[in-house]
Design a protein around this ligand. Structure first.
Ligand SMILES: Nc1ncnc2c1ncn2[C@@H]1O[C@H](COP(=O)(O)OP(=O)(O)OP(=O)(O)O)[C@@H](O)[C@H]1O
Length: 226
């Protein structure tokens, strides 16, 4: 008998995307399954479709065909905000709002989908400490953060609401090696806290990083994941 624990977190079936302007296929139909406890790394040439795939999984860009299931069910239009709460997309350059880091961390709680949750300064302080920052990090102006600090802030903004899946789209590509390791440590701690129920997909250009952040290695080649 299959149980909820056996059901993949995400399953895509024949997910396809075309570019009608250039008449090319950006994403060839393929089945992809992400289960709890998996850390997937995706590498592949520039322009091969890694971001297109990740953004499709995040429901940020439309697809032309295919289905994305969350825990065995298709996602209804009304369920998209709840899905995005469970499945968080982290971009290479995070968008930060004006104001302090804390203002940025408080922002999600102004959204309807987080109305049952409360900002917890102690919790985010702990996450900041894990990334090697002390509590006054929260009082810094977002506009004055370094690239690495902005990425830490963006990651804490996501991690404080306990997502099940992280979709990491080259989150350390513009950071120095030390800052990249801090981000990796933060993600690794989040993964371990999930006791085998969380999963991540990390797109990276760096083969050494891909090895560190993923036990399951996939390659995107001209819109095909293998
Ligand atoms: N919204 C879009 N409309 C049309 N074409 C797009 C769109 N987004 C991406 N593309 C094209 O899809 C292809 C794959 O782009 P994508 O950004 O996924 O590559 P990538 O593998 O992430 O590359 P990189 O490693 O350089 O970030 C590229 O040819 C790109 O120009």
């Amino acid at each position: 008998m299959s149980t909820l624990a056996d059901t993949p977190l995400i399953r895509t079936t024949a997910l396809t995307r075309h570019d009608p302007v250039r008449n090319t296929t950006l994403l060839h139909p393929s089945t992809f399954i992400l289960s709890g406890g998996q850390r997937v790394a995706i590498t592949g040439p520039s322009g091969s479709g890694k971001s297109v795939f990740l953004r499709a999984l995040a429901l940020l860009d439309p697809v032309d065909d295919g289905v994305i299931q969350w825990r065995g069910r298709a996602i209804a239009r009304g369920g998209i905000p709840a899905y995005r709460r469970r499945v968080a997309y982290i971009a290479q350059r995070p968008a930060m709002l004006d104001g302090s880091v804390e203002d940025n961390l408080r922002y999600p709680f102004s959204l309807k989908v987080y109305r049952d949750a409360r900002f917890d300064r102690e919790r985010v302080g702990e996450l900041a400490r894990r990334a090697g920052r002390d509590t006054d990090f929260l009082d810094k102006r977002a506009s004055e953060l370094s690239g690495g600090e902005a990425q830490i802030a963006a990651l804490i903004r996501v991690l404080q609401v306990d997502p099940d899946v992280l979709l990491l789209d080259e989150p350390t590509a513009s950071l120095d090696p030390a800052a990249a390791l801090e981000i990796e440590a933060l993600v690794s701690a989040w993964f371990d806290d999930g006791h085998g129920e969380r999963a991540s997909i990390w797109v990276s250009h760096d083969p050494a990083q891909a090895k560190r952040v993923g036990e399951r290695q996939l390659v995107m080649t001209a819109g095909t994941l293998s």
